[in-house]
Design a protein around this ligand. Structure first.
Ligand SMILES: C[S@@+](CC[C@H](N)C(=O)[O-])C[C@H]1O[C@@H](n2cnc3c(N)ncnc32)[C@H](O)[C@@H]1O
Length: 353
């Protein structure tokens, strides 16, 4: 992967954008999502559906309330297939997956068999509920620096095998977006143009239903907060996080936090409404995670202790509860969902977006 990146830098006059670097390192053949063992205890990170079935069972309660009989669920970026498996145990409906990694698609097929249909691209028209858990953080972001001399795009250059940052004046759509932010200088951060374009396309194709994006991130005023002056880029390798984005391209996960305001705006511009925005903890509590937990046999410590630990990981502010957010957007016309979704009945923070 390093050889491929340095070759592309050379072909491109000595510089590629950080977004292109991230795309190659994560999604190109031989890149992180195509090749490495990522999930679970032996991998690099654990996502909510990988912890157990509590997250999927609780989310299913919200999905069940929304879905009409003739509608489908579309999961984007389904990882090991854990969430799909749990939801399919809870609900009867058509289940579609759009997965860009051939390696993960094969794993999902092994686990889920003919209960799921895999798509090669986004459907032209869709009715139902779309779910993307920890997918947008893996989409390429542009790196930007606001400096005294102006707004710069941070890209990647190479000296032999050594990769390093190199700035250029920002231009085009990136410059326009960067001008809207204007944090106190000097300041470095990311702008997720790909995530916005993805949301716009999904929103345009959603005829009826809702889109749930669950991920770690903030509304814009928190994202570009003066205290976050070094941005949000992070690598994940064997359950350790670090910020050296050039350390092991293609061999470790590389992510940016999600600007939820930007996603909400992109959906809104395509004609959708924000149905709700809440922390993961608040959303799961509103959906009845304690009832799901209550169905377990409290007397049986062997069974109950891991469930309680899972709930604590999902809900605790020190773990996933506060940093992870749930954004739902959708069409409220026709048979579309109303704005009073169960998951946002309390603690809805849509006003902060
Ligand atoms: C961090 S993993 C999360 C997997 C799973 N949703 C979970 O929560 O365990 C990111 C997933 O998104 C997929 N992915 C990344 N970008 C994608 C895109 N643009 N379209 C579809 N899948 C994508 C990856 O291949 C991987 O399956």
């Amino acid at each position: 992967m390093l050889a491929r990146i340095t070759a592309e830098i050379a072909q491109n006059g000595g510089w590629i954008s950080f977004a292109r670097y991230m795309e190659l390192a994560l999604h190109a053949p031989g890149g992180y999502y195509a090749a490495t063992k990522k999930f679970g205890a032996g991998g690099d990170f654990v996502t909510a559906p990988e912890l157990g079935r509590l997250f999927g069972r609780t989310l299913s309660r919200q999905l069940k309330a929304l879905l009409h009989e003739d509608q489908s669920i579309l999961e984007i970026g389904a990882g090991s297939g854990a969430l799909a498996e749990t939801i399919l145990n809870e609900l009867r409906c058509e289940y579609l997956i759009l997965e860009t990694s051939p390696e993960l698609r094969a794993r999902q097929r092994e686990r889920l068999g003919d209960r799921v249909t895999w798509l090669d691209s986004l459907p032209q028209r869709f009715r139902g509920v779309i779910v993307a858990n920890e997918v947008v953080d893996a989409m390429p972001v542009h790196a930007v620096a606001w400096r005294a001399q102006g707004i710069m795009e941070r890209g990647v250059a190479a000296d032999g095998d050594k990769l390093f940052w190199k700035d250029r004046p920002a231009s085009g759509a990136l410059l326009e977006e960067a001008k809207k932010i204007m944090p106190p200088i000097p300041y470095e951060s990311e702008i997720g143009l790909a995530g916005r374009a993805w949301m716009r396309t999904l929103a345009e194709r959603l005829e009826e239903g809702a889109i749930f994006v669950i991920d770690y991130g903030f509304p814009r005023h928190e994202y570009y907060h003066p205290e976050r002056a070094a941005g949000t880029l992070m690598c994940h390798h064997r359950h350790r996080a670090h910020a050296d984005v050039f350390a092991r391209p293609g061999r470790e996960d590389l992510t940016a936090h999600v600007d939820f305001s930007a996603l909400a705006l992109a959906a809104h511009e395509a004609g959708l409404e924000v149905l709700g925005y809440a922390t993961q903890a608040q959303f799961l509590v509103n959906c009845g995670i304690t009832d799901v937990l209550g169905e377990a046999n409290v007397e049986n410590a062997l069974h109950y202790a891991p469930l309680a630990a899972e709930a604590s990981k999902l809900l605790s502010p020190a773990e996933m509860g506060e940093l992870f957010k749930v954004l739902a957007v959708g069409r409220t016309s026709g048979r579309g969902p109303t704005r009073s979704l169960r998951g946002f009945s309390r603690g809805d923070r849509s006003h902060t977006l």
